[in-house]
Design a binder for this molecule. Structure first.
Ligand code: SF4
Length: 266
């Protein structure tokens, strides 16, 4: 079985504990306004045209985004960094896009990593049928689980899908006893109003348990903005600014009242 991957990040320190290798898998059923990985949305290989400047000359090049990897390919890549991953108590993370869209490959890759003794993490939007998560829970050590909005109407507006299945899956994974880090993208004007933040804090406090390891507050940034043109997609966040460091510190204090650890960033 093969998986379609658009990027492999070595020495990653934001996608779970220790030093990690993160595989970014193609395809996502959501369409978040603020997504900074638009190259991960489409579940197929895409051809994009890039303009490169060398001195005064401009060159146009076509590039393929997305490449097929077998589980053996994945293991070969991981084994090269094995010493760093093991010594740092790191491991392997599957992100995207939404890795659950390639469930068969994901489950096989996770199993192979576990068999070699690596810590495994899955970074997910939570939007996949519950039975799919049941299939990977035995081979996943940590879920990086996004919560974007508790209000379902707003969730549909900003991501294209309902949050009901997502919230059910979060409860189910927590009940399984597996470690979870909840990731909240902080998007000014979209999910950071006082009413929503209070609801979110109450919701998270209600979930508090030993395996809910941390809340990660991910400040909005515009790093992915330039990619939208390349993929011929509309960018809807032109008017939004990155939250200040002071604002993020304020939010960290606010969520610490849940009794759960809070970190700014991944
Ligand atoms: S779930 Fe993640 S990858 Fe998918 S659209 Fe939203 S931000 Fe992008």
């Amino acid at each position: 079985m093969q998986g379609l991957i658009f990027s492999v990040k070595r020495y990653s320190v934001h996608d779970g504990p220790g030093i990690r290798i993160t595989f970014f898998m193609k395809g996502c059923p959501l369409s978040c306004w603020w997504c900074h990985n638009p190259e991960g949305l489409n579940p197929s290989v895409e051809r994009v045209t890039l303009t490169r400047k060398v001195g005064e000359k401009e060159f146009r090049e076509t590039e393929e985004v997305g490449k097929l990897y077998s589980v053996e390919n994945i293991l070969e890549i991981i084994e090269k960094d094995s010493i760093f991953l093991r010594q740092s108590k790191g491991g392997v993370t599957f992100s995207g896009g939404e890795p659950m869209m390639q469930l068969g490959f994901l489950a096989e890759a996770l199993r192979a990593c576990k068999d070699k003794g690596y810590h495994t993490a899955v970074d997910t939007s939570g939007y996949s049928p519950g039975e799919n998560y049941m299939k990977i829970i035995p081979v996943t050590d940590l879920f990086l689980f996004d919560i974007k909005h508790l209000n379902d109407t707003k969730h549909i507006e900003y991501t294209g899908v309902s949050n009901m299945r997502i919230l059910d899956n979060l409860r189910m994974i927590l009940n399984s006893g597996k470690d979870v880090m909840v990731r909240i993208p902080v998007i000014p004007g979209k999910n950071d109003d006082p009413v929503h933040l209070s609801e979110l804090r109450e919701f998270l406090a209600g979930l508090k348990c030993d395996n809910l390891r941390r809340i990660n507050l991910l400040p909005f940034h515009r790093i992915g903005a330039s990619k939208y043109k390349r993929f011929d997609l509309p960018y809807r966040m032109d008017d939004t600014r990155q939250p200040s460091h002071e604002r993020m510190k304020e939010l960290k204090e606010f969520f610490l009242a849940t009794g759960i650890k809070v970190k700014i960033g991944g």
